[in-house]
Structure formats: C-alpha cells, structure tokens
Ligand binder design. Structure first.
Ligand SMILES: [Zn+2]
Ligand SMILES: [Zn+2]
Length: 147
C-alpha cells in the first residue's frame, strides 16, 4: 500500500522535474509510512542517524519542495511548529488534547458551510479546516491506569 503510494509520489516528483536526492526520498518515505503528521524536527530526528550530514534546514527545504508539488500539506498552529501531512485526499483531523497526536478521518467535505460563508460575508472562499479535539485511546488508557 505505502510502497505503491511512494512509487506514485516519486513519479509525481519526476513529472514536475524535481530532482530526487536520497534525503528527499527519505523524507517522503518517512511521511508516507509514518502517517503521523510529524513536525520538521521529528522528521529530522527520525532520519538523523541515516543522514548524519543533514540539517533541519535541509528537511524544511525538502518539505517545501514536496508541498509545492502538492505531495504534502502543511498544517500551521499559531506559534507551534507546523505539522506535515502526506494524506492529500479530502479529510478532517481529530487532535488529542493530551499528547497532540493528529488522526485522520474521512467525512464528506462540508461544501454547504463554504457556500453559506461566501453568501453571508461576500468572501471568495479558498478552503476550510475543521479540527475536532479530545483524548486519544492511548491517553484514555493512561488516565484510567492512574485512577
Ligand atoms: Zn493522546
Ligand atoms: Zn491528515
């Protein structure tokens, strides 16, 4: 499954004329196999041992390239570090209040909300973002064990 996605992603890079360096390949592979919406720092830490000469700046640079060709989405959260999502299909996120984990879930895109917002505000809507917050299963178990 992720093998196929990796091959497709590499084809997309080739088609866009983007050079595939070993680091770029590794960043892409990490994103596609981990499916955890990592920060650039987390990707750096995961790949550090494999590429001792790689810097965080290189990771950022690779993420920017991947974002430009549409393989990765950047999720910004105010002052906190951005998280990177390689699931570029329509989906929503649920975020754990305790550990910050972000999990994907499918739900039909809320187009009616976009049209209503356009009608009542006169904006041209580009996109929307919806996040649900709660306590993930792992954290629920940790909390239960404490009591
Ligand atoms: Zn959690
Ligand atoms: Zn996602």
């Amino acid at each position: 499954m992720s093998e196929k996605r990796l091959r497709q992603a590499i084809d997309t890079l080739k088609d866009s004329g983007v050079r595939i360096t070993p680091q770029r390949h590794a960043v892409l592979e990490y994103l596609l196999t981990s499916m955890v919406h990592p920060t650039a720092d987390e990707i750096y830490k995961a790949l550090e041992s494999k590429f001792p000469n790689m810097s965080v700046a290189t990771v950022y640079n690779n993420l920017r390239v991947l974002r430009e060709v549409g393989l990765v989405r950047e999720l910004t959260y105010g002052d906190a570090s951005s998280r990177f999502d390689c699931n570029t299909t329509e989906h929503y996120h649920i975020i754990c209040n305790e550990c910050g984990k972000i999990v994907d879930f499918q739900y039909p895109s809320l187009q009616e909300v976009e049209s209503l917002a356009e009608q009542v505000t006169g904006f041209n809507v580009s996109h929307h973002r919806l996040e649900i917050y709660g306590t993930c299963e792992d954290c629920k178990h940790v909390a239960a064990a404490k009591h």
